[in-house]
Design a protein around this ligand. Structure first.
Ligand SMILES: Nc1ncnc2c1ncn2[C@@H]1O[C@H](COP(=O)(O)O)[C@@H](O)[C@H]1OP(=O)(O)O
Ligand SMILES: [Mg+2]
Ligand SMILES: [Mg+2]
Ligand SMILES: [Mg+2]
Length: 352
């Protein structure tokens, strides 16, 4: 039997719950100057920084020796111009670390409610996410807010955490505060956590950690297959997906959604395939944007590969290396989508 990673899963779910509490409570209180534009032109908010500080602090308490590959770093906050932003982040992170969330008496693993931390401790926690990644050993990945643009629009975003051991994702936890708990009754409320341990299945919980429901991707037929894709046209090629839909005679329109919520929806049978083909600008996908989604979909019975049909390689560093795109789908649908993708790529090559 494979390792159950029971303590790791408990700590990861608690950390994601605290971070989701933070991001959803900050959303309605975000003011104009609480968002920065990073060097690559993407936005980052006080919510992204504070959520990474919270998750990293909890991981450090429970597993002090484990390296972390996190999206954010605190250099802009350590500069004098970052002071106002920093003060707000410290306040938010401490609020989330000390909140009574009904996680029980969990002082052993530091899942709280804990003591307030100093500004220096919290900036250091953010910067512990600077690990370069690689092929050997244990490491965590954190994407404190995946889909920041969706978060800012009040749409889908995800708090994402994974444990990678020797380049294989063993545990994935994804919190989706804005995702309906029951897709067939969206009026019944939002807020879900998805968790998967390799060899032990995938499940959905409510945001308060209750109602565990096992996830299995249902069979799709040509009539029920459709694509999940990014909202942002710059992140993946919408026109390529249209071409694949026409090769496969898919008539249902694609479902557009930000973040790894796409992997979560796929895992619970909403949408038959997630297709993310590069737009051709040389962007390298980051490991924190796919690691938890990959183990979740695989444990729900699906397949995740690139457009060559190769598995994603999480041992290359902070990125997945050269970008061959991502195809995630249930078992039966995956081979059909992969064949159509390869047909479309060959057509394009033949034209050049
Ligand atoms: N040019 C790009 N191509 C692909 N993904 C991108 C690109 N720029 C940013 N991203 C990342 O795509 C993810 C969101 O994906 P989706 O489109 O599925 O919602 C984010 O992690 C975002 O990074 P960032 O967090 O820096 O914004
Ligand atoms: Mg970002
Ligand atoms: Mg991301
Ligand atoms: Mg992010």
């Amino acid at each position: 039997m494979s390792h159950s990673y029971a303590i790791e899963e408990q700590v990861a779910v608690a950390a994601v719950r605290r971070a989701c509490h933070l991001t959803s409570s900050v959303f309605n209180r975000l003011v104009k100057n609480e968002t920065l534009t990073k060097g690559d032109k993407s936005p980052v908010t006080v919510g992204d920084y504070a959520a990474q500080a919270v998750i990293s602090s909890i991981l450090h308490h429970a597993f002090p020796g484990d390296p972390i590959v996190g999206e954010e770093d605190a250099s802009d906050l350590r500069a004098e111009e970052g002071r106002v932003l920093k003060d707000r982040i410290i306040e938010l992170a401490n609020e989330a670390l000390t909140a009574e969330l009904g996680l029980g008496d969990s002082t052993t693993w530091g899942i709280g409610p804990g003591q307030e931390k100093s500004a220096e401790e919290l900036l250091d926690a953010i910067d512990r996410g600077n690990h370069p990644g690689g092929r050997e050993g244990r490491m965590w990945t954190i994407d404190p807010i995946d889909g920041t643009k969706g978060f800012l629009r009040g749409e889908q975003y995800a708090v994402c955490l994974s444990l990678i051991v020797d380049a294989k994702v063993q545990l994935g936890v994804i919190g989706c505060p804005n995702l309906p708990v029951d897709p067939s009754a969206p009026e019944n409320g939002t807020g879900c956590i998805f968790t998967a341990v390799r060899g032990h299945g995938a499940q959905q919980l409510t945001l308060n950690g209750s109602n565990p429901t096992p996830l299995v991707i249902p069979q799709t037929t040509p009539e029920t297959l459709n694509f999940l894709e990014s909202v942002e046209a710059a992140h993946s090629s919408h026109s390529f997906n249209d071409r694949i839909s026409s090769i496969l005679n898919i008539t249902r329109p694609s479902t557009r959604m930000d973040s790894q919520a796409k992997y979560c929806c796929l895992a619970r049978g909403e949408g038959g395939a997630y297709l993310r083909m590069p737009t051709g600008v040389g962007y390298r996908e980051k490991i924190w944007d796919h690691a938890p989604g990959q183990v979740l979909v695989e444990e729900a019975g699906g397949v995740v590969t690139d457009s060559r049909g190769e598995p994603l390689d999480f041992g290359l560093g902070r990125t997945l290396g050269e970008n061959f795109g991502v195809i995630a789908a249930g078992k039966g649908a995956h081979s059909r989508v992969l064949a159509a993708v390869q047909e479309a790529l060959n057509e394009t090559k033949a034209k050049v």
